[in-house]
Ligand binder design. Structure first.
Ligand code: F6R
Length: 243
């Protein structure tokens, strides 16, 4: 596990974007696994700037997102599809048909989970998976206790995760109770993982991750100890409690 410490969020975002851009330049047909949330937003901004200034092209890239809420209209501003359009997709030349997210509006959700796994397989797997981390160590929406052998599945969100995400909604009760998420197994099958963390709210999770040094299903991010190529990019505040 490689650890890159940055001064702040801006530097974390810049370093992460550089790694992604290098991946796309080396492999123009790369399959990128993407996350939503506050953490990768700055990285996506840096990708957009680079696309505008240097013309890095996403025409042959495919993307698969980690997760999506169940029961939100895809056009709802809080759906992860809307997030990705607003924060990245609308500003780069990624063809719309190359961007995949689980469909949280599917009538048969179990079938949708199988379809999503199959889609990832058809694309040849994920070359580079971007992850954020929840305060409780969740990655994707794999909450503590999730089996590391699960592929895409439905999860009931914990109260804390809904509370953390309520900042994007009018009120807590508007935050969906369930989501579809890639499983830890999908994440471990990606060829490379980039985990991003910024700010003091992530300090406890980062300390637990970096001090753990072994996988434990009670703390989902620790699954990354089973992966051969993980790069963590975290700022000083996020690493403040690491011994
Ligand atoms: C989002 C996702 C989540 C977030 C995590 C951190 O697609 O999979 O695991 O990465 O909840 O969220 P932020 O970055 O908003 O602190």
């Amino acid at each position: 596990m490689e650890l890159i410490q940055t001064q702040d969020y801006a530097e974390m975002s810049r370093v992460a974007a550089e790694i992604l851009i290098k991946e796309i330049k080396t492999n123009p047909q790369a399959v990128l696994g993407l996350a939503t949330g506050s953490t990768p937003a700055g990285t996506y901004e840096a990708l957009i700037r680079d696309h505008e200034q240097h013309g890095t092209s996403y025409k042959q890239v495919h993307t698969v997102n980690l997760d999506e809420y169940i029961g939100l209209d895809q056009s709802d501003p809080n759906s992860y599809k809307s997030f990705m359009k607003a924060h990245l997709f609308n500003a780069i030349d990624l063809p719309e048909t190359h961007a995949f997210l689980p469909n949280g509006e599917a009538t048969d959700i179990q079938e949708e989970c199988r379809r999503y796994d199959e889609k990832i397989r058809q694309l040849g797997g994920v070359d580079l998976q971007v992850l954020g981390i929840g305060q409780n160590g969740h990655i994707g929406f794999n909450e503590p206790g999730s089996s590391f052998s699960m592929t895409t599945h439905v999860v009931e969100l914990t109260h804390n995760t809904r509370k953390a995400n309520a900042r994007f909604f009018k009120q807590l009760k508007d935050v969906p109770t369930h989501a579809i998420t890639m499983g830890i197994k999908n994440i471990l099958e990606s060829r490379r993982v980039l985990l991003l963390a910024s700010g003091s709210s992530k300090a406890e999770a980062m300390a637990r991750l970096l001090n753990a040094e072994q996988p434990d299903e009670a703390f989902p991010a620790s699954a990354l100890y089973l992966h051969p190529h993980v790069t963590i990019i975290a700022d000083k505040e996020a690493l403040a409690l690491v011994e």
